[in-house]
Design a binder for this molecule. Structure first.
Ligand code: CAA
Length: 248
């Protein structure tokens, strides 16, 4: 029997991250959920909840906006479980403000956590994927990286940047057994969308052709397909999971 593949999900204890971890664990991967070091207590409680559901999912604290911390995280995972062959870059934050009111800190925080993290983590697993001749990278972007959003110049920039990264990485990995894809969720029921002003959220959701928000599990099932052995030929794609909110 061959050992289960190791999957790392950054931002793994968040709304979408949790559904992805659960789905990949059920798919038979050895799953490790990354969380910010400041969320240690939440991560411990999260792990207990997963265990109660019969899911053995590892957790690891690391600030993915730091290259050094990402490097340490990957080395620890490798030592404990083996090299990462499936990477889901899902860590993300919002600091919504109209551009006129946006401070440099809000710009930098979002670019560091949502975009620079993708370099920091992927760079540290890439050589192992090349060596193994197999890898799956999925970047969780956003509909707002495709169409922009009032109040999100920082977030939309980071999310659009992720797909430029995906397309380039996909070209470098294509002949080496590695696929790289983006998923662009629309508005999904998580703490992140709950934090929005009710009137703003309701106005946006009323414009979604399906007239509802997405569920985290609907993003997870797209990830499940993209990282599966069944998918060897979809690479460099940007898969929208948005209820019809944006089509191109
Ligand atoms: N287009 C044009 N004008 C708009 C507008 C829009 N979409 N939205 C608001 N305005 C106008 C308002 O009418 C108002 O005009 P006046 O000054 O003339 O009255 C002005 O812009 C200010 O609007 P707000 O009252 O909304 O401004 P605010 O400073 O209170 O709030 C904001 C700013 C917090 C950024 C708010 O606009 C907002 O929440 N925007 C939505 C951001 C968003 O979608 N976030 C998604 C979070 S979840 C996520 O990111 C996950 C994902 O991937 C989808």
């Amino acid at each position: 029997m061959t050992a289960a593949r190791v999957a790392l999900v950054t931002g793994g204890i968040g709304g979408i991250g949790t559904a992805i971890c659960q789905r990949l664990a059920r798919d038979g991967f050895t799953v490790v959920a990354n969380h910010h070091p400041s969320e240690q207590d939440a991560a411990d409680a999260w792990k207990k909840e997963q265990t109660a559901q019969g899911l053995a999912i590892g957790t690891i604290g690391a600030d993915v906006s730091s290259f050094e911390d990402s490097q340490r995280m990957i080395a620890e995972i490798k030592q404990q479980h083996g090299p990462v062959s499936v990477l889901v870059n899902c860590a993300g934050i919002t600091r919504d403000k109209t551009f006129k009111k946006m401070e440099e800190a809000a710009w930098r925080a979002v670019i560091d956590v949502n975009l620079n993290s993708v370099f920091n983590v992927t760079r540290n697993v890439w050589e192992d994927m090349l060596e193994a001749g197999f890898g799956r990278v999925v970047n969780i972007s956003s509909v707002n990286g495709q169409r922009g959003q009032f109040g999100q110049t920082n977030y939309a920039t980071a999310k659009a940047g992720m797909h430029g990264f995906t397309m380039s990485l996909a070209q470098e990995g294509a002949a080496k057994g590695i696929t790289a894809n983006t998923i662009s969720p629309g508005y999904v029921e998580t703490a992140m969308t709950k934090a929005m002003r009710d009137d703003v959220r309701e106005a946006i959701v009323s414009g979604v052709p399906m007239r509802r928000m997405g569920q985290p599990e609907e993003i997870a099932s797209a990830v499940s397909f993209l990282v599966s052995d069944e998918n060897g030929y979809v690479t460099g794609a940007n898969l929208p999971v948005n209820g019809g909110l944006f089509m191109h």
